[in-house]
Structures are given as C-alpha cells and as structure tokens.
Design a protein around this ligand. Structure first.
Ligand SMILES: [Zn+2]
Length: 101
C-alpha cells in the first residue's frame, strides 16, 4: 500500500447546491480530479498539486516529501508540515476562546 504523502482540502458542491469542504488523501484527490465531478476549484487544486509552495506557511522551513496539509481559502492557499498544522490549529482555537471571554 502506498504511503499517503499529502492531504487536500477540497471544496465540493453538495446535492442542495451548497459548498462543503472535505479533507482527502492524495490518492482520493487524484481520483476526484480524474472524475471531474462536483468539485469546485478543481483547476486551482490541480495546479497546487503540481506546484505547492516551497515553504511552510507557519515555520517558513522548506516543505519536503513528508505528509503535508493543504488548505485553500477564498483568495489564498497555504501548505504546512503536519506538525505545524497541528500547532496552528491549537493557536486558532486559543484565539477563538479569548474572543468569547
Ligand atoms: Zn512547518
């Protein structure tokens, strides 16, 4: 079994026409691109599949061939080391808790 190299955040159009986001493995992402069905922003995702950023969004160190996390937003996309994604997520959660207080 091939190792998972990357995770992709993919925007999908649901049955009701709403946009939802799912996280998929690199193998499923490649299959989705081939199917070209119900995928928003597939061209942008495909471009990033070929040309990811060279540096991690959080730590600025070079991205290697280890597991990476990829997010696409309205007008930006970020690539992170898996550990950096965990760290960023914990900071975001802490920030939102501070907003509630
Ligand atoms: Zn990093």
């Amino acid at each position: 079994m091939a190792a998972v190299k990357r995770l992709y955040q993919v925007a999908c159009v649901t049955d009701t026409g709403e946009v939802d986001y799912i996280t998929v493995t690199d193998r499923l992402f490649a299959r989705l691109i081939r199917l070209k069905r119900d995928i928003a922003y597939e061209l942008e995702c495909e471009a990033q599949f070929i040309h990811p950023t060279k540096l991690c969004f959080l730590c600025s160190n070079e991205l290697g061939s280890e597991n990476l996390v990829y997010w696409i937003g309205a007008d930006a996309q970020i690539w992170l080391h898996a550990e950096c994604a965990r760290e960023l997520a914990s900071h975001l959660i802490a920030d939102t808790k501070r907003l509630r207080n």
